[in-house]
Design a protein around this ligand. Structure first.
Ligand SMILES: CC(C)CCC[C@@H](C)[C@H]1CC[C@H]2[C@@H]3[C@@H](O)C=C4C[C@@H](O)CC[C@]4(C)[C@H]3CC[C@]12C
Length: 404
């Protein structure tokens, strides 16, 4: 406990002065203060003040793009006629996104950074063009308090669409623990099939040494409308044994968890294998080192809408890159003040900010139909509602982002 009755991170108040500390010598003091401060923070990651060297120049609204950096893996299930094998391909795609989502900013293990907190209405728009055709991305910050990001990713040629939204609730116990609230739904037109995807909890490893990285916790599920469930169990490097970022998964017919049809295992940052549970034959493998990601194409900054993330944060990002903290906070204040003014005006006019691509719904019949057997609750009170992609709004938007 410190003088304020607060716990320190993992029972110590200073990063080790040993060679394994990744904290620059001149920043050790600010890292220590940061560790002390997070022991008492309130669960809202956006309110966490981190030292300059841990600040990222990327906004959280960009993270939605991690779902489809391998477009061919994303659309592959649409070309499989057998529902059981389709469920295997959906599992493979999901597992292949984990490295992108949780460690791609961190190729050098222990360099995770704190993203920029998106403002209400912030947009991240782009597309991937490759052998899979055109895959489009729309990501929008649909709520600021609590922070909620909604996204829709679709490939019209393949008839595949992913839509979802998420918020994070953090707590402190030995380290930063993050529960994700929200879900994603993958729809495959050709089979009129839906897959409900739940989001794993995570925690930050390496805080004490100032070399943070993400480890996933407990389990997540993929539940299909065709009657299959995949359960993914995450485990990390224990005190004595185990490899970091490890998982095992099983795919079974609903209600038959004890009789898996397929099993999967590996490291989500490395290779993994999916096997037929009976014959043990390998049916799918994925090796991120030989599967290239397709770069996302984003408009040049001067061609972007003023609500688009990279344009809006340009000056802040430049200042962070230069390590100029005075300009960073001055430019952040410009955005925050503009936002405050807009909220004041909306309140005075008795209206709320109109979301560009998404609409709030009180509930989701699809979620309710799929979530029951995996015990998932929608928790819409924590995400200011359920956020659905609105085709009508999208039709009125700029041409590249109209649904094709
Ligand atoms: C590094 C530390 C000191 C500061 C804390 C940073 C913290 C707010 C960041 C770190 C990792 C971030 C996760 C990220 O790994 C991936 C995702 C998946 C994406 O689909 C939705 C956002 C989420 C959960 C990020 C939230 C912000 C996290 C926890």
């Amino acid at each position: 406990m410190n003088g304020n009755g607060q716990k320190h991170a993992s029972g110590t108040s200073t990063p080790k002065d040993s060679e394994d500390s990744a904290v620059p010598a001149q920043s050790k003091g600010s890292w220590t203060s940061f560790l002390k401060s997070i022991a008492s923070f309130n669960g809202d990651l956006s309110s966490m003040t981190a030292p300059p060297f841990i600040l990222s120049t990327t906004s959280l609204v960009e993270y939605s793009s991690y779902w489809a950096e391998h477009p061919s893996t994303f659309v592959a299930p649409a070309n499989e006629n057998n529902p059981e094998k389709r469920a295997v391909l959906v599992l493979k795609w999901f597992l292949s996104t984990l490295k992108q989502q949780y460690s791609s900013r961190n190729e050098k293990l222990g360099s995770e950074k704190k993203p920029l907190n998106p403002f209400l209405g912030e947009l991240f728009l782009g597309k991937w063009e490759d052998d899979a055709g055109t895959t489009q991305l729309v990501s929008e910050q649909v709520s600021h308090h609590p922070p909620v990001t909604a996204y829709s990713i679709w490939n019209s040629k393949a008839g595949v669409r992913l839509q979802g939204y998420n918020a994070q609730k953090a707590s402190f116990s030995r380290t930063i623990n993050v529960k994700q609230i929200g879900h994603a739904i993958l729809h495959i037109d050709a089979f009129d099939e839906d897959y409900l995807i739940t989001l794993p909890s995570l925690h930050i490893e390496g805080l004490i040494t100032g070399a943070p990285y993400v480890e996933l916790d407990s389990s997540s599920y993929i539940k299909s409308s065709s009657g299959y469930t995949a359960k993914i169990d995450y485990s990390g490097k224990g005190w004595l044994s185990g490899k970091k970022n490890t998982f095992t998964a099983s795919l079974y017919q609903d209600g038959k968890e004890k009789q898996p049809l397929y099993t999967a295992d590996g490291q989500w940052t490395d290779c993994f294998t999916i096997r037929d549970a009976k014959t043990k034959d390998v049916v799918e493998t994925f090796d991120p080192t030989v599967t290239n990601t397709t770069p996302l194409t984003v408009a040049e900054i001067d061609q972007q809408d003023e609500m688009e993330s990279r344009r809006a944060w340009q000056k802040v990002a430049q200042a962070i890159s230069k390590g100029d903290m005075n300009t960073t906070s001055a430019e952040k204040s410009v955005i925050e003040n503009q936002q405050r003014e807009m909220r004041k005006q909306e309140k005075a006019e008795g209206r709320e900010w109109s979301r560009r691509f998404f609409t709030r719904a009180p509930k989701s019949a699809l979620f309710d139909a799929l979530a029951n057997s995996i015990g998932e609750a929608i928790n819409s009170n924590l995400t200011d509602g359920v956020w659905l992609f609105d085709q009508e709004k999208a039709k009125d938007s700029a041409p590249p982002f109209q649904p094709q």
